[in-house]
Design a protein around this ligand. Structure first.
Ligand SMILES: *[C@@H]1O[C@H](CO)[C@@H](O)[C@H](O)[C@H]1NC(C)=O
Ligand SMILES: *[C@@H]1O[C@H](CO)[C@@H](O)[C@H](O)[C@H]1NC(C)=O
Ligand SMILES: *[C@@H]1O[C@H](CO)[C@@H](O)[C@H](O)[C@H]1NC(C)=O
Ligand SMILES: *[C@@H]1O[C@H](CO)[C@@H](O)[C@H](O)[C@H]1NC(C)=O
Length: 296
């Protein structure tokens, strides 16, 4: 215990934790290079469990999970550890749970293990964590219009919130001629999640009626037709106009017929009322005659 150059010294708390981490990193760089990394996959918002090959038979002094020289979390036999990542927890079985993942948690993680009476990092494993996010189902919209009697369409495909960055791919029958106007993948500076969108142009003089779809990161949109003139509101076909005019004429005729019937009915009712009034009058007169007769 005269010299302070062994690991026992660090464990007694004479060296700051960060220095220890850097030292363990540099001492065992050779191990990192030879170990085959364990591939771990996580999803944004999800969680992963990182395991180190701990020998539970041997008395453990410490186990540190690190990303490079950044301390993440761990276990120490004789003191609590500070500056741990808030989204992590080390369980009794010496596994580390990492929750609420985001893209920035991706990277290479190491385990630094020290047993009583042993050298540091006998079991040193490199873990490669990749955090991904599913793209939303792409929304495909088709807008058509005509310029100088030339009919053309624009199809726009957009998907958001995916990682890693991927551009839109179009699925359009090979026989069609079309043009990609733009195709962008925009990462959000904070979350690093990517929005992808693309616009394609179809000259309907050259394109027969066709169906198309698009996909982003393995997620595919629904299929939509392009170059179908009847579906666009600004170009009514002559049939539609004829049908509309017919409908209006029929409606007017029905209205007139109803109106005439109504008027006729009213007149009849008025006449009936006059007749009824006359009847009443006549009845009254007869009653009076009878009374007179009775009196005489
Ligand atoms: C992401 O996509 C994969 C593959 O389609 C699927 O197994 C997984 O459940 C999806 N994740 C979420 C959060 O929807
Ligand atoms: C792509 O082109 C379309 C049509 O010109 C336009 O509306 C859209 O804003 C463009 N998108 C990007 C990301 O530049
Ligand atoms: C990505 O799309 C989402 C949802 O449409 C939007 O809220 C966000 O601002 C977009 N981010 C970027 C970088 O365009
Ligand atoms: C569409 O194609 C026709 C025939 O090839 C051409 O005359 C016309 O200029 C094109 N229109 C556009 C907008 O590209």
């Amino acid at each position: 215990m005269a010299s302070c150059c062994n690991t026992q010294c660090f464990l007694n708390g004479k060296f700051p934790l960060q220095l220890l981490i850097v030292l363990t990193m540099t001492t065992h760089l050779a191990d990192t290079e030879t170990a085959a990394p364990v591939e771990l996959r996580g999803e944004v918002g999800g969680n992963v469990t990182i395991r180190c090959p701990v020998d539970r038979e041997r008395p453990l002094i410490f186990l540190y999970f690190q990303r490079g020289n950044i301390f993440v979390n761990g276990y120490h036999a004789s003191r609590p550890l500070t500056n741990t990542w808030e989204n992590t927890r080390v369980d009794h079985d010496m596994t580390m749970l990492m929750q609420d993942l985001n893209v920035s948690h991706s990277g290479n993680y190491q385990c630094h293990i020290l047993y009583h009476g042993g050298g540091i990092n006998e079991n040193h494993t490199l873990i490669h964590l990749s955090v991904t996010a599913n793209y939303s189902k792409p929304t495909l919209t088709v807008n058509c219009g005509s310029e100088n009697h030339r009919f053309s369409c624009w199809a726009t495909c957009a998907s958001h919130g995916g990682y890693p960055g991927t551009k839109v791919t179009w699925t359009i029958p090979e026989s069609q001629t079309w043009r990609e106007v733009n195709n962008t993948a925009m990462p959000d500076p904070h979350t690093m999640l990517v929005n992808s969108s693309s616009t394609a142009f179809f000259n309907c003089s050259n394109v027969k009626l066709t169906s198309l779809s698009c996909s982003v990161g393995g997620v595919t949109s629904e299929m939509l037709p392009v170059c179908t003139p009847k579906k666009t509101p600004e170009t009514f076909s002559p049939h539609v106009i004829t049908a509309a005019v017919c409908a209006v004429v029929v409606a007017i005729i029905i209205a007139l017929v109803l109106w005439f019937k109504c008027k006729k009915g009213q007149r009849r009712a008025a006449a009936a009322a006059v007749v009824a009034a006359a009847d009443v009058q006549r009845g009254n007169e007869r009653q009076e005659e009878l009374t007179v007769l009775n009196e005489t």
